[in-house]
Design a protein around this ligand. Structure first.
Ligand code: NAD
Length: 340
């Protein structure tokens, strides 16, 4: 079976999801939607995608800009088995009514509340629970990064307690109107919403989070303190577990990767599309153990980390692969995830 996929909202996440889906042998893009005839709409046409007009967009504006329009979002969805909603936060939930009326399966992103879908999804953590699901939410970038790491540690060592401090990027590189450009903003909601969000994927995980926003566009960084149930004798066992899983990349001290600027440079040099980093990034020297306590930093590329999760979510919903490992292997290979 080849699943026909529509991407509603061709922005930061949507364009990456469309390109990733287009690389899968068991999926096909039937169209993407834009509200305005921007450079991205033009590039979508150049990439061979049928472009549909979304939201308050006007067909005449696209035609005036010389961008061919295939139809309305409703028409796009009528030709699809599943719609991946990548519209801005809260708009996705407003779009639900349309998806319900058309009886199409749907995936939402982490900007929507968990209640929009039957399941909150992360491939490493709960793939099998989403087999055959009709409504799935792929959790946010921070929640994806935490869920991956928590799933791996919980499975191998047990987690008694987890405290994470999230140092959040202020904006995506394209968002010229957002800030702060000078300042550090603590998130006054304590604990932050990220812990409960991880629990939508891993119920019962004893995690507490706090967040602070800093003036950078280059990735989020998490500082994690995890008390393990069954700590290994040495941190090398932890590092070995992380390095065996392709959705993590570990930098040794000798790599010269001091922080997010070098991670981004490494990503551009390795030639992955758009310089994306779909893996959780860890540092060997930034991973330490003291008794039962594990301390580690991880960096999360907000623009791309959820992309493979959307691909795996589609596979789970249509039971194209019933085994999480097999789905992730297909996704990883097609997107060069784990290619060091
Ligand atoms: P974005 O603003 O870059 O892109 C959203 C796109 O949707 C734009 O092209 C916009 O024109 C289009 N759109 C607007 N109204 C629409 C409508 N009514 N119907 C269809 N499309 C419409 O946003 P983004 O950063 O790609 O975020 C999309 C979702 O992904 C949000 O839920 C967000 O929280 C989530 N997310 C974002 C990031 C990130 O760092 N950018 C990371 C993970 C998850």
């Amino acid at each position: 079976m080849v699943v026909k996929v529509a991407v509603n909202g061709y922005g930061t996440i949507g364009k990456r999801v469309a390109d990733a889906v287009a690389r899968q042998k068991d999926m096909k893009i039937v169209g993407v939607s834009k509200t305005r005839p921007t450079f991205e709409a033009r590039q979508a046409v150049e990439r061979g995608y049928a472009v549909y007009v979304a939201g308050k967009g006007a067909r005449s504006e696209f035609e005036a800009a010389g961008i061919p329009v295939a139809g309305t979002v409703e028409e796009m969805i009528q030709g699809a088995d599943v719609v991946v909603d990548c519209s801005p936060e809260k708009v996705g939930t407003a779009n639900k009514e349309l998806y319900d009326r058309l009886g199409v399966r749907a995936i939402w992103q982490g900007g929507e509340k968990a209640a929009v879908a039957e399941h909150s999804f992360n491939a490493l953590a709960n793939y099998s629970e989403c087999l055959g699901a009709k409504r799935v939410r792929v959790v946010s970038c921070n929640t994806t990064g935490l869920s991956r790491a928590a799933s791996l540690l919980q499975r191998n060592f047990g987690v008694r307690e987890w405290e994470a401090t999230l140092v959040r990027r202020a904006a995506d590189p394209r968002e010229s109107g957002k800030g702060p450009i000078n300042g550090i903003l603590p998130t006054m909601k304590l604990p932050s919403h990220h812990g409960p969000d991880v629990q939508t994927v891993l119920p019962g995980l004893p995690i507490t989070t706090a967040a602070v926003v800093v003036p950078t566009t280059l990735m989020h960084v998490h500082f994690n303190h995890v008390r393990l149930e069954h700590p290994p004798a040495d941190v090398s066992e932890i590092l070995a577990r992380f390095s065996r899983e392709p959705r993590f990349v570990l930098f040794p001290g000798s790599s010269g990767v001091e922080g997010t600027p070098q991670v981004m440079e490494w990503a551009k040099d390795r030639g992955a599309g758009r310089g994306d980093v779909m893996e959780n990034v860890l540092w060997e020297e930034g991973t330490k153990m003291k008794g039962q306590d594990l301390y580690f930093f991880q960096a999360i590329h907000q623009e791309s980390i959820v992309v493979p999760e959307n691909v795996d979510a589609i596979r789970a919903m249509f039971s194209l692969e019933t085994d999480a490992e097999r789905s992730m292997k297909l996704t990883n290979e097609s997107l060069h995830i784990g290619a060091k």
